[in-house]
Design a protein around this ligand. Sequence first.
Ligand code: HEM
Ligand SMILES: CC(C)=CCC/C(C)=C/CC/C(C)=C/COP(=O)(O)OP(=O)(O)O
Length: 317
Amino acid sequence: MSTPPAKNGATPAARQPADWRDFFALTKPRVMTLVIFTGLCGLLAAPGHINPVIGFATILCIAVGAGGAAALNQWWEADIDAGMKRTAKRPLPAGRMDRESARDFGMALSGLSVLTMGLAAGWLCALILAVSIVYYALVYTVWLKPRTPQNIVIGGGAGAFPPMIGWVAVTGHITWMPVLLFLIIFMWTPPHFWALALFVKTDYAKVGIPMMPVVAGEKSTRRQIFAYSVLLLPLTLLPVFLPKNDGGPGWIYGVSAGVLSTLFLLLAIRVGFRNRRDEDDSMKPEKQLFAFSVLYLFALFAALVADRWVPIIGGYL
Ligand code: HEM
Ligand SMILES: CC(C)=CCC/C(C)=C/CC/C(C)=C/COP(=O)(O)OP(=O)(O)O
């Protein structure tokens, strides 16, 4: 694929050779910690045993594949990133790397991760990883993001696959539980992202990306954040009703999910029905919901692992 033409000539040519820190930054390491964590939790919560070396390779491949997809995302969007305050310091818009290096790095990481995943954890895991890379780098970044305010609703699927990959690495097949884990992240993504989009709305408007607050306005986005958060609560409780032999969790997960999702909903209600009087009003509730969304998913998946391992460890004591 050739490098996309500059949309407004904003991306400068690289002024200096990139070093390893720039390549690392290209993998969006902070965002990907949660992607990797949910993948790890899928693997640790699944019923069954996995060779630790294969388990480690699986998580490494998720990390490398997600990093590769993130590099391809930045290769494609260098001009957009140059126009937004939040992203302008990234290696491409800041002129620390040329676009072809980012593209080649992204392609190499993506190819390598899928191949290694296939050899280590099996070709079903490799297929799901390949789908998530293509989903993020192509379907979301190239196709949906510049076209529709539903971009992150549909595109959010990309980030929902890692726990399914971890789970399938252990069990070998897709059952209800990994599908529910996928759906939980799918439902979580709109409130996670729109809370942030509400306070960086002007940036997205400036570069012409049709994010929901830009297209449908604040009020509609707030109501939609609320709606997805309402649906998220019962969805996170559904796993408890699955049979134990499909890895259905018990009360540790159930209680944690109930408490966490209720807190999430309370914050979403504050954001959802807030009437800002003027543009200068603080965005504290939105910032709180965004920050909590990250903590929430970490805690929810940690509870899933605790649910499986606390009784096992307790049995040894
Ligand atoms: C299409 C779906 C998603 C969109 C558009 C999105 C967008 C964003 C954006 C714009 C940020 C701001 C910070 C940054 O860019 O560094 C962010 C932060 C973050 N996102 Fe998402 N996100 C999505 C899905 C996910 C998923 C699936 C996960 C993990 C499972 C995730 C985890 C995180 C984390 C951990 C942060 C905080 C990073 C930090 O502390 O700097 N996001 N997200
Ligand atoms: C295994 C695998 C391939 C996982 C992919 C994980 C995935 C899709 C994560 C999405 C999170 C993310 C970096 C969103 C940024 O959106 P953006 O690119 O629109 O944000 P930006 O404005 O910060 O560039």
